[in-house]
Design a protein around this ligand. Structure first.
Ligand code: NAI
Ligand code: MG
Length: 352
C-alpha cells in the first residue's frame, strides 16, 4: 500500500527517537512491500526560534496532507519554562493539533512486556502479561466546560457531554475491544453524576452493534483500586476525559518505564496523532541514550489504527521483544546500548 506520514520530531530527544521510528518504518516498507513515505514538520522551541510560532502554518499544512502524524515531544528544560522559546510550547502544539484535527479518542496501551515486570510499581506477579488499553475521551467533559470564579469564596467547573461526543468515543473503544480480547469496561461515577448516567444510556445502545463484546460498568474509584489490585482483569477501559487522565497516569506507573509507553489520539476518519507518553527529556537530549521504544511502538499503533496494518504492527512489537530477549537493551532498562544501536537491533530483527 501507499501512505503518507507527517513526522513532527519536536524538541529534546524527539528528533533522536523519531529517527529511530523512521528507520523502523523503512524496514517495514521493505519487508511488507509498502510505500509509506514521511514528510517532516517543525514544532516546539526550534520552530519558535525560526518562525516565532510553536506550531507554524507550514507544519499544519504538512499534517493536513498526511494520513497520520508521528509526533515526538516538545518542550524545554523544566527550569527554562518561562522563556518565550519554551513558554506554553506543549500547550500550543499538542492542544493546537488536537483541536485542529478533532482528536477525540486518546488510546493508551498499558502493556507489561515479558522481562520488564521489575519496572512496575506493583509486584511482578500482579502485572505479568498485563495488556490493558485505556480509551480516554479527549476534547470534552469538565476540562472543556465553563470554568468560573462565582464570587471570591466560590468556584465552579462544569462537566458537560453530548450523546454524540459519548457515542463516537464508545465506538472506538468497542472496535478496539472487538479486535482484542472482547471485553469492555465502561468507567464512570453513575451513582452521582448525570453525565455518567448518559454515558451508560449511550453505552447500552451502542453495545447492540457489538454482540461479541462483553461490556461491564465500573465506578471510577473502584476502577482505580482494581487497576492496582488486579490489572489483568481488564481488556479495554473507556472513560470520560478527567477520569481517563487520572487512570492513564496511574496505568503508566503500573507499567513503570516511561520509555515504553506509546499513545494514539484519533479522530472519526482514523486520522491520528501518535506519540510517546513521555516528554522531550532535555536532561538526556543529544547524548544518544534515549530509549526509542515508546516512539517505535507509537509507529506500530499508527500502522494498526490508521492503516489497519496489524501484521506489520505485530512484527514491530515482536522485533522489540526479540531484541530484549537477546539482551539488547538501552540504559534505562539496565542495558548498555545507545539509541542508534538498539534501533539497529530492532531493524535487523524485523528484516530477519
Ligand atoms: P520527561 O518525560 O521528558 O522526562 C522525565 C524523566 O524520564 C527524565 O529523567 C527523562 O530523562 C526520562 N525519560 C523520558 N523519556 C525517556 C526515554 N525515551 N528514554 C529514557 N529516559 C527517558 O518529562 P519532564 O522532564 O517532566 O518534561 C520535560 C519537557 O517535556 C517539558 O518541557 C515538558 O513540558 C515536556 N513534555 C512534553 C510532552 C509532549 O510533547 N507531549 C509530554 C510531557 C512533557
Ligand atoms: Mg496527565
Amino acid at each position: 500500500m501507499k501512505g503518507k506520514i507527517a513526522v513532527v520530531p519536536g524538541d529534546g530527544i524527539g528528533p533522536e527517537i523519531c529517527r529511530s521510528a523512521v528507520d523502523v518504518l523503512d524496514a517495514v516498507n521493505k519487508r511488507f512491500v509498502h510505500e509509506i513515505t514521511t514528510f517532516e514538520g517543525k514544532a516546539g522551541g526550534e520552530a519558535f526560534e525560526k518562525s516565532g510560532k510553536h506550531l507554524p502554518e507550514e507544519t499544519i499544512d504538512i499534517c493536513e496532507k498526511a494520513d497520520a502524524i508521528l509526533f515526538g515531544a516538545v518542550g524545554g528544560p523544566v527550569d527554562a519554562q518561562e522563556k518565550p522559546k519554551w513558554k506554553d510550547a506543549e500547550k500550543h502544539v499538542i492542544l493546537g493539533l488536537r483541536k485542529k484535527f478533532d482528536l477525540f479518542a486518546n488510546l493508551r496501551p498499558l502493556r507489561v512486556w515479558p522481562g520488564t515486570e521489575s519496572f512496575s510499581a506493583l509486584k511482578p506477579e500482579l502485572v505479568k502479561d498485563m495488556d490493558v488499553l485505556i480509551v480516554r475521551e479527549l476534547v470534552s467533559g469538565i476540562y472543556f466546560g465553563r470554568h468560573e470564579r462565582v464570587d471570591t469564596q466560590t468556584a465552579e467547573d462544569v462537566s458537560r457531554y453530548s450523546k454524540d461526543e459519548i457515542e463516537r468515543v464508545l465506538r472506538v473503544a468497542f472496535d478496539a475491544a472487538a479486535s482484542r480480547r472482547k471485553k469492555l469496561t465502561v468507567v464512570d461515577k453513575a451513582n452521582v453524576l448525570e453525565t455518567s448516567r448518559l454515558w451508560r444510556e449511550v453505552a447500552n445502545a451502542v453495545k447492540k452493534d457489538f454482540p461479541a463484546v462483553e461490556m461491564e460498568f465500573m465506578f471510577v474509584d473502584n476502577a482505580a483500586m482494581q487497576l492496582v489490585r488486579n490489572p489483568a482483569q481488564f481488556d479495554v477501559i473507556v472513560t470520560e476525559n478527567m477520569f481517563g487522565d487520572i487512570l492513564s497516569d496511574l496505568g503508566g506507573a503500573i507499567v513503570g518505564s516511561l520509555g515504553l509507553l506509546p499513545s494514539a489520539s484519533l479522530n472519526a476518519r482514523k486520522f491520528g496523532l501518535y506519540e510517546p507518553s513521555h516528554g522531550s527529556a532535555p536532561d538526556i537530549a543529544g547524548k544518544g541514550i534515549a530509549n526509542p521504544t515508546a516512539q517505535i511502538l507509537s509507529l506500530a499503533l499508527l500502522l494498526r489504527y490508521t492503516y489497519n496494518l496489524h501484521k506489520e504492527a505485530d512484527a514491530i512489537e515482536a522485533a522489540i521483544l526479540a531484541a530484549w530477549n537477546a539482551g539488547e537493551k538501552t540504559k534505562d532498562l539496565g542495558g548498555a546500548l545507545s539509541t542508534d544501536e538498539f534501533t539497529a537491533c530492532v531493524v535487523k530483527k524485523l528484516a530477519a
